[in-house]
Design a protein. Structure first.
Length: 257
């Protein structure tokens, strides 16, 4: 790039910043750089870190030793191999998830996907195929986009992985999970997912990475994981932007998964 081209690019970037100054992802206050949080919002973001359950990805208060499983993983082994989430579903993370899903803030997806990539180091090592949790076509047409697909597309691009949005379909419309208990959620999504013939060819013998926005009880991703495994996926891992922890479920007013 020549000196004049660099100068022209710098001038254009300066013009864009003057006309559209970067705003905090959480509250829309002005910040120094795009895709960041302000000093007030940043402390409210809780990243999920090790030590955690190697299966469920739920954090432990202290290191329990190599291979130690959570009570949830022992009592009700999931159909997926591993679940991970970038952040706890509270505070600014809750606002971001709600903004993406209910506020048409699709511009948030690439930045949320960056935090998901931070949590997914061990999940991408096997080069899985990235599959979003699908919406039923009727709900997709009314909403105009699928928040899980927005996250999955951005994540696959960042990770350099194959993205297969048609590998899994929701064959029947289900009730919103809002206000449903665990068993009601499980019943609601039982048999709701199906892998079409083209998806079987994509999944056969490969590891799948199932992407959704928030893990609440796991009912949806468990049903979707079973469908992927029945279709020939070698194994399924789950990655979400946020995770509702035990102390946050009672106040879950969006009940996303």
């Amino acid at each position: 790039m020549t000196l004049s081209n660099r100068a022209g690019k710098a001038a254009r970037e300066m013009t864009v910043r003057l006309l559209f100054p970067p705003a905090c992802l959480g509250c829309r206050n002005l910040v120094a750089a795009p895709g960041t949080l302000c000093a007030d919002c940043w402390p409210g973001l809780r990243f999920l870190e090790r030590p955690w359950c190697p299966v469920m990805g739920t954090p432990f208060d202290h290191d329990m030793g190599e291979g130690f499983l959570s009570a949830e993983a022992i009592a009700d082994p999931p159909p997926f191999a591993r679940a991970r989430a970038a952040v706890a579903y509270q505070g600014v993370a809750r606002r971001l998830a709600q903004g993406l899903k209910f506020g048409d803030r699709t511009d948030l997806a690439p930045w949320m996907a960056r935090w998901m990539l931070r949590a997914a180091g061990e999940l991408v090592a096997d080069r899985p195929v990235v599959v979003p949790v699908p919406l039923h076509r009727r709900r997709f047409f009314s909403r105009r986009f699928n928040q899980s697909a927005e996250l999955a597309r951005a994540f696959a691009t960042l990770a350099g992985l194959d993205y297969e949005p048609e590998a899994l379909v929701r064959r029947r419309i289900t009730r919103q999970q809002v206000g449903l208990g665990l068993r009601e959620r499980e019943t609601n999504v039982r048999g709701a997912f199906q892998v079409p013939p083209a998806g079987r060819a994509v999944l056969s013998g490969r590891r799948a990475l199932l992407i959704d926005d928030v893990y609440t009880t796991g009912a949806t991703v468990k049903a979707a994981s079973r469908a992927l495994k029945r279709a020939g996926a070698d194994a399924v891992d789950v990655l979400t932007f946020a995770r509702v922890l035990d102390d946050g479920f009672a106040s879950d007013d969006t009940a996303l998964i």
